[in-house]
Structures are given as structure tokens and as C-alpha cells.
Ligand binder design. Structure first.
Ligand code: GDP
Length: 366
């Protein structure tokens, strides 16, 4: 399954947020290093389309789709040099597909800041620099091997690899992340993907704000927005304190009332999950039978057999064809039979590119 890792300095609210996400009540003490084990949470993706399908199909059960979120704690200044078990945490980041970078944007004298003051731009740079150091190590190792290869063979491709790695090294040394390095898709795949760089992973910034700043932000979020404006990254405002209050409320009505009082239409956790889904380049298709209405996660660009493979590898191997109804058509005509009668059920083959919201029915050989 695809995974996003939560990173950030100690005491910025990572575990509070993670706990709200997973509704697990693990410890969140006012103390750096309190969350040392990387925690993996499997989190349900909220999707109102499922509720709509449920009311039309009236299935026995409804199964939403999930993403995995890992709480990667313990990243501190000096982590790339092995401080505070830092190296281990950098390894945990390498295993994830995307990064959720939490920065503290709330003032509160009772919550100690590891660097003595609230400054999200500085905090973000501290984390970035640790990740960039680690990437530089990776690049230098690769570069010394590639240089030997380029010299001995006079090999054009190896020479191009060396050029790119040198340019990327300079880019990182100037304090930038690999994700903003300009390179063609082909050359990225050929020379960079194998390096599994940390700063090339897509990132979502989460500003943990005080309760009054969730809608329009504050001076800290303004500073952060300005600092990341060239990164092509999404920035969202969440109050971890509000989220942990909501997470313990038993009833849906109570939660909605609480949110409305705050002037919010949905919880920060719901927004965070949706943004993470986008960050991971994921899409959802549905299966809708009387037994079960279910959401399935695919990566954008999956063809019908690959999408079938998410249900079971046999579905992919034995794929014959798929019957596809667009979600909007299903809502309009209210049943599979009515869609079929109105020509809204398309029969698709192996090269069909599955779209977000497709309702699929696969036919396959066993
Ligand atoms: P982590 O080290 O980044 O995982 O940070 P924690 O989630 O453990 O939070 C550190 C401290 O800050 C705890 O005492 C939290 O209760 C507090 N805290 C976290 N988020 C907020 C918030 O949004 N507002 C306030 N006032 N305190 C928070």
C-alpha cells in the first residue's frame, strides 16, 4: 500500500495529529522524543460518493478505501550525522511515497519549542537541510561510481549521468530540494529514480495553527506560505488541538455541530487525508453490488487490468473485459440496469484507462 510519512521537528504536534488521524490514544507528552517508534496508521479515506452509492444500491456492507500514514518522530538538527537516532528515521522516510511536513504555527508558552521560539520557516529549513545532507551523501557515492564508468568507457550515457548528478549536487548545495530540480521525465527515470532521494518525494505542508487561525491563518502561516511559494506544494492549515477534541467525540452529529461552531465545513483530518490522496497521485474506483459497495485505490494512469489486480492478482491475469459506468450516470439513472438500458454502460478492454469515480465490473477467466 502507498504510504505517506509525517515529519517535523519535535513538539510541533505530529503525534497529536497522528493520533487524531488514527483515533488511537497513544501518548502525546510535552517532551521531545516521546514518539520514538514509527507508528503506522491505516486510515479510512472519507468519500461522500460511497454514501450516495449506498443509498442507491442498499448493499449489505460498505467498505471505504484506505491510505497508510506513518508517524516518523525524532527528526532533529544533526539527524543526518546520526544524532537523536536520526539516521534510522531518515531510513523510515526513504520507505514512504510522500511526505507530510508538519510545522508549528501556534503560540503557546506552555509547549516547549526545541529551538526556543515559534518560527515555521526556520523549522522547515532545519528538516530540509537534514534531508538534503542525506541526499548529498547518496549523490556523491553514486557520482564517484558513475565518473569511473564515464572515464573508462567513454560511454555517452554515463557521461550524461555524471552531468546531471553534478548539476543536482549543486542544486542541493544551494539549499534547494531535489523536487525543484529541472530534469526531463526520461532522464529522471534513467538517472535519479534508483537513488530513492528523500527531497524528491512530493510534499504537503501542514501548518498546525491555534484554534482561531484554521480558516485564514496567522503571521506564521503567512511566512511559511511565502517561503514555499516556488515549491509547487500544497499548504493546509489544521489545528491539532481541535482535531484531537473531535477525535474523541462519539457521534457524527456532535462532531458536525462542533465544526459548525468553529465555522468549518469538514474536519482538518478529512482535508488532510484528501490532500494526501492527491499527493500520492491516487484515484478511486468503485464496485457496486448488492453484497458490497466498495472503494478501491489505484494510482492515476492504471489500465483496466491493473485496476482489476488491486482486487485480486487473478483478476489481472485472467482479465477479459470490464463494464464501466460513470458515477454521475449511476446517480442519474439510479441502477446498473437503468444505465445499461440508456446506453451508459460501456464495455472496455485491456487498454482502458480507469478514471476516478468509475464504477467497474470485471469479467475474467479463472
Ligand atoms: P510531536 O513531538 O511533534 O509529535 O508533538 P506532540 O503531538 O507530542 O505535541 C507536543 C505538545 O504540543 C503536546 O503537549 C501537545 O498537547 C501540544 N500541541 C500539539 N498540537 C497543539 C495545538 O494545535 N495547539 C496547542 N495549544 N498545543 C498543541
Amino acid at each position: 500500500a502507498l504510504q505517506a510519512g509525517i515529519v517535523g521537528l519535535p513538539n510541533v504536534g505530529k503525534s497529536t495529529l497522528f493520533n487524531a488521524l488514527s483515533s488511537a490514544k497513544a501518548q502525546a507528552a510535552n517532551f521531545p522524543f516521546c514518539t520514538i517508534e514509527p507508528n503506522v496508521g491505516v486510515i479510512t479515506v472519507p468519500d461522500t460518493r460511497l454514501t450516495t452509492l449506498e443509498s442507491l444500491v442498499k448493499p449489505q456492507r460498505v467498505v471505504p478505501t484506505t491510505v497508510e500514514i506513518v508517524d516518523i518522530a525524532g527528526l532533529v538538527k544533526g539527524a543526518s550525522k546520526g544524532e537523536g537516532l536520526g539516521n534510522q528515521f531518515l531510513g523510515n522516510i526513504r520507505a514512504t511515497d510522500a511526505i507530510i511536513h508538519v510545522v508549528r504555527c501556534f503560540d503557546n508558552d506552555n509547549v516547549i519549542h526545541v529551538d526556543g521560539s515559534v518560527n515555521p520557516v526556520r523549522d522547515k529549513e532545519i528538516i530540509d537541510i537534514e534531508l538534503q545532507f542525506k541526499d548529498l551523501e547518496t549523490i556523491e557515492k553514486k557520482l564517484s561510481r558513475s565518473e569511473k564508468q564515464a572515464k573508462s568507457g567513454g560511454d555517452k550515457e554515463a557521461q550524461r549521468g555524471v552531468e546531471i548528478l553534478k548539476a543536482l549536487k549543486a542544486h542541493l548545495e544551494s539549499g534547494q530540494n531535489a523536487r525543484s530540480f529541472e530534469v526531463t521525465k526520461e532522464e529522471k527515470e534513467k538517472f535519479l529514480d534508483e537513488l530513492c532521494l528523500l527531497t524528491i518525494k512530493p510534499v504537503l505542508y501542514v501548518c498546525n495553527v491555534d484554534e482561531g487561525s484554521v480558516i485564514s491563518g496567522n503571521q506564521h502561516t503567512a511566512a511559511l506560505l511565502d517561503a514555499v511559494k516556488n515549491e509547487n506544494a500544497e499548504v493546509i492549515f489544521i489545528s491539532a488541538a481541535i482535531e484531537s477534541d473531535i477525535a474523541v467525540m462519539e457521534s457524527y452529529e456532535d462532531r458536525q455541530m462542533f465544526l459548525e461552531d468553529m465555522g468549518l465545513s469538514e474536519s482538518g483530518v478529512a482535508r488532510l487525508i484528501q490532500s494526501t490522496y492527491k499527493l500520492l497521485n491516487l484515484a478511486t474506483y468503485f464496485t457496486a453490488g448488492v453484497q458490497e459497495v466498495r472503494a478501491w485505490t489505484i494510482t492515476k494512469g492504471f489500465l483496466a487490468p491493473q485496476a482489476a489486480g488491486v482486487i485480486h492478482s487473478d483478476f489481472e491475469k485472467g482479465f477479459i473485459r470490464a463494464e464501466v459506468i460513470k458515477f454521475e450516470d449511476f446517480v442519474k439513472f439510479k441502477s446498473e440496469a437503468a444505465c445499461r438500458e440508456n446506453g451508459k454502460l460501456a464495455v472496455q478492454g485491456k487498454t482502458y484507462l480507469v478514471e476516478d469515480g468509475d464504477i467497474m465490473h470485471f469479467l475474467f477467466n479463472v
